[in-house]
Design a protein around this ligand. Sequence first.
Ligand code: ZN
Length: 138
Amino acid sequence: MTTKLDHLAIAVPDLDAALAFYRDALGLELQRIEQVEREGVRIAFLPLGDGPATSWIELVQPTRDDTGIVRWMAKHGPGMHHVCLAVADIEATLARLAAHGCELINPQPVTREDGTRYAFVHPRSAFGVLVELYEKPG
Ligand code: ZN
């Protein structure tokens, strides 16, 4: 597998208002909305492309005031929060980044319930962009 764009995450204060643009006006499909209690967010998933090559726009709305995304929006306003790249081997990618002196928010990958492993690279090392890395199971 080569590295591909998995998703762009956009921080929004109001999911319905954001869907009025991304779904209704722009015409993207809304595949599903997930409530992630642990992270205090609701996420709308809008696919771009088909099959294994599908990338996603994720609209992320905080549902609690104590979340990182609320603090981020207080500073930046709504907008593009992070870019996520799916890689074949997340540990090799993190080792490569560390060898290049990059600042890693998660030096070790974190595993989600669905088996996806992820880690964030600090925007200081990525020219102002928060970069998330995914390694999908299987
Ligand atoms: Zn993400």
